[in-house]
Ligand binder design. Structure first.
Ligand code: PLP
Length: 726
């Protein structure tokens, strides 16, 4: 690239002053923008450098901000200095610090300086690249950088824009959820189109329309019961029936079950048309086996989409590509560079084998969007739901070039190494268990015994705000998900976090009175809206209690939904509301009814849990211990779904038939070579453990911060000294 020209252009940009039409308005001018821009860049850099010193989770209650912000917009302009000072006073107190090295919740949502800078530029340009003509550079860069990324993860050639033999290519979508939705819509169009051709009704408008709607109502899609709830959502908003396929003991989709469901549906007159396979599930980072599912889709003429939201980034490392064996069978695949690849949100890379399927779904061509090169160049508006499109390719481009493929690989490998390290910590303590194989950077663990113990542990850990995790429900087992998210996380951070977890566990275990495990309990399946949906993330944001959300990060239910669910629950429990415990509860229900607002699942579940625990055992809910004979008998009578089986083995007998494991032949550097220590040993842990009970002490905090963040050093433990990152 002719760099001299770049700097010429920059200096031209600087020398000519563009005054806004609103120059007479007392708004920020370019001088002030420069001043504040520089200051904010400086201060955000300090924020990031010192992020370790902040609590990961905020300590605020819902509505905290009302008291801090006026309830009317200001009539007169405010000086920017006021706006800026509200950042610390109003915003930061209510922030979860996603970039903190002690944040182990969800999946990573990383950023990096090159990415942030790219977005500053993109935001200043602020192009809305719906067509090639509306910003040729934006479209062309997106095509090029998506080809780069495809080659980085070794996708088949037919996914490349540059491959003249195929209609494939990549596009940047906003989220993985949207990519799944787009794939459902494209698959739906394809499936309906084929039926219309078979029926020979094309061209006969009335018959075609009738056949289109008839076909539409018979479509059925499939995903595993470990898939992310965004697949369920895509089915909901795409109006297609979705069936959940049972998973095996590796939490991978069972191909024999998929075949059974397809056959069953065909017999009933449905048209199976779409499978969403997951590479790296949210609950446990398990993998569906594309080599098994692909041929089934081919045989049944179904679209195969791959949701690799988190794990896809790992495929830039050849040793992790075993997980994507069979990718050649797929019609579309998506992953989020905005998760693990340090391209900040939003950025979802999606590739399709045949972009015409997208065109046929999204093509509307009003005259005002046509241009001289229509048909000759890609117009990304035909590849997505919305019309307008942010210039996201720039940040992806700058990140890839700044780190280089090698730097990014190093970053991924280091996260995996740290996760293996954390796994070794957990395995060293006999009070804990790891109920699902660790894959990549996600460790799931729990305290042995009742779910309630782990639930209490997590709640207490999160309430102190020094380390943050979220739970998941894996076939009835409540587990804590621990992801190595931040590129600033070091072994010292992990040691400190593990110490906190261990100390908290000791407190929980010492407070558990003997016999407590005999209390009436609520099975996880009873707390779910859709009991078959396996990948439930349970939100555990302090100070609220952990609540169940199907695989996504939030769920809101309105009053009628609350009441409907609530009524169902009461009926199921054979409870009469009159017998419910006390006036306080009735007041709360009434309050929810009268407030006319939307209520979170939190509120709903509080009610249900309180009612259930006060329902004693007389109402048909069995009181049983994990692993008890009772539980086993209850299961054998068929009264308990897989997801509620409380045995030490994670899977019910019903799910023991497993698919050929995607782990077969894998050569990932799992625990091999990872010991409890290269630099740490049990004694250190004990020391950290005892110091962590007072780890809020300034010395402890300082010790940790200085170890990691040596001033403004550009060196990052993940990627070595040469990386121009934080
Ligand atoms: N799919 C999987 C497997 C996920 O883990 C997630 C979120 O973590 C999603 C989809 C949803 O991602 P997004 O927020 O980009 O829609």
């Amino acid at each position: 690239m002719p760099r001299a020209r770049c700097s010429d252009e920059l200096s031209t940009m600087h020398s000519k002053t563009t005054k806004p039409n609103s120059a007479e308005l007392p708004v920020m001018d370019s001088e002030e923008y420069r001043k504040w821009g520089k200051r904010i860049v400086d201060e955000m850099s300090t924020y990031i450098t010192n992020i370790r010193e902040r609590r990961v989770l905020p300590d605020v209650k819902p509505g905290y901000m009302r008291a801090l912000v006026p309830d009317h917009a200001p009539e007169d302009p405010e000086p920017f200095t006021n706006l800026y000072s509200d950042l610390e006073d109003v915003i930061m107190p209510g922030m979860m610090h996603w970039q903190s090295p002690h944040n182990h919740a969800y999946f990573p949502a990383l950023h990096s300086y090159p990415s942030l800078l790219a977005d500053m530029v993109a935001n200043a340009i602020n192009c809305i690249g719906f067509t090639w003509a509306s910003s040729p550079a934006a479209t062309e860069l997106e095509m090029i950088v998506m080809d780069w990324l495809a080659k980085m993860i070794d996708l088949p050639e037919h996914f490349l824009h540059s491959n003249k033999e195929s209609h494939g290519g990549g596009v940047i979508q906003t989220t993985a959820s949207e990519a799944t939705f787009v794939s459902v819509l494209a698959a739906r169009t394809e499936a309906i189109g084929k039926v219309l051709v078979e029926l020979g009704v094309i061209g006969d408008q009335a018959r075609e329309e009738q056949a289109r709607y008839d076909t539409f109502s018979r479509l059925v899609a499939y995903c595993s019961n470990q898939a992310h709830s965004s697949v369920e959502k895509a089915g909901l908003i795409g109006f297609v029936r979705l069936r959940l396929v049972d998973s095996d003991e590796n939490l991978s989709m069972r191909p024999d079950e998929l075949v059974r469901l397809i056959e069953e549906d065909r017999k009933e007159g449905y048209i199976p048309f779409y499978v969403c396979a997951t590479l790296g599930t949210t609950g446990s980072c398990s993998f569906d086996n594309l080599e098994e599912i692909g041929p089934i889709c081919k045989e049944n003429d179904m679209w195969l989409h791959v949701d690799a939201a988190y794990a896809g980034a790992a495929f830039i490392c050849p040793e992790f590509r075993t997980f994507m064996r069979g990718i050649e069978w797929t019609h579309s695949i998506a992953f989020n560079p905005s998760k693990w690849l340090m391209v900040h949100f939003d950025c979802t890379a999606m590739w399709v084998k045949d972009s015409q399927a997208l065109h046929r779904s999204f093509n509307v061509d009003p005259i005002y969007l046509q241009h001289e090169n229509t048909g000759l160049a890609i117009d990304f508006m035909h590849w997505q739901v919305g019309l307008s499109k942010r210039f996201r390719a720039l940040k992806l481009w700058w990140v890839i070039r700044s780190f280089g493929v090698k730097g990014l690989q190093k970053h991924i490998r280091e996260s995996v190494r740290l996760a293996a390290k954390f796994e070794a910590f957990v395995r060293s303590d006999p009070r804990f268990e790891i109920p699902a194989v660790r894959h990549l950077g996600l460790v799931v663990f729990r305290l042995k015994g009742e779910n309630e113990l782990t639930e209490k542990l997590l709640k207490k850990m999160n309430s102190e705000g020094k380390v943050h995790c979220v739970p998941a429900s894996l076939k009835g087992k409540y587990v804590i998900r621990f992801t190595v998210t931040s590129q600033y996380t070091t072994v010292e951070d992990l040691t400190r976090d593990w110490s906190i977890i261990r100390t908290t566990a000791s407190e929980i275990l010492s407070q558990t009175p003997a016999g407590e495990e005999h209390r009436t309990r609520v099975f996880l399946k009873d707390t779910r809206k859709n009991p078959d949906f396996g990948t439930s993330l349970l939100l555990a944001n302090s100070p609220m209690s952990p609540k169940i959300v199907n695989g996504s990060f939030a769920a809101i239910f309105d009053n009628s939904d609350v009441l409907f669910e609530f009524a169902k629950k009461l009926q199921q429990l054979k409870l009469d509301v009159q017998d419910s415990p006390g006036k306080a509860m009735r007041r709360r229900i009434k309050g929810m009814l009268m407030a006319g607002k939307q209520y979170s699942l939190d509120s709903r579940m509080d009610l249900v849990t309180t009612l259930v625990s006060s329902a004693k055992t007389a109402n048909g809910m069995p009181t049983m211990r994990e692993n008890s004979m009772e539980a086993q008998e209850y299961y054998e009578r068929g009264e308990m779904l897989d997801s509620a089986v409380q045995t030490d083995d994670m899977c019910s007998p019903r799910s023991r038939r497993r698919s050929k494991s995607v782990d077969d032949g894998i050569s990932v550097p799992d625990l091999k070579g990872v010991t409890l220590d290269d630099s740490i040993n049990e004694a250190d842990l004990e020391e950290e453990c005892s110091s962590s009970s007072s780890s809020s002490s300034p010395e402890a905090e300082t010790r940790h911060s200085t170890r990691q963040m040596n001033g403004r050093s550009n060196s990052c433990h993940q990627c070595g000294a040469t990386i121009p990152t934080m």
